[in-house]
Ligand binder design. Structure first.
Ligand SMILES: [Zn+2]
Ligand SMILES: [Zn+2]
Length: 68
């Protein structure tokens, strides 16, 4: 008798969920005003982009400097 039970599917941590409406600078929902990276087209909040420019941070994905 083989009555195998299928194991429950592994639960992925929520951080693996990729959302198009996620700002990678503050890791939250995008606001209405957005900034698009000219190189990789990743979108960020405009306010985060302004802050990133002030802090001399670059794009999380392609390391392109934030230029507004
Ligand atoms: Zn980029
Ligand atoms: Zn943001």
């Amino acid at each position: 008798m083989s009555n195998k039970k299928t194991p429950p599917p592994p639960t992925l941590p929520p951080s693996f969920t990729v959302s198009d409406n996620l700002c990678l600078f503050h890791k939250g929902d995008l606001s209405e005003d957005i900034y698009t990276c000219p190189k990789c087209k990743t979108i960020y909040c405009l306010k985060c982009a302004i802050k990133a420019q002030t802090d001399r941070k670059s794009c999380v994905k392609c390391k392109q400097i934030v230029l507004l």
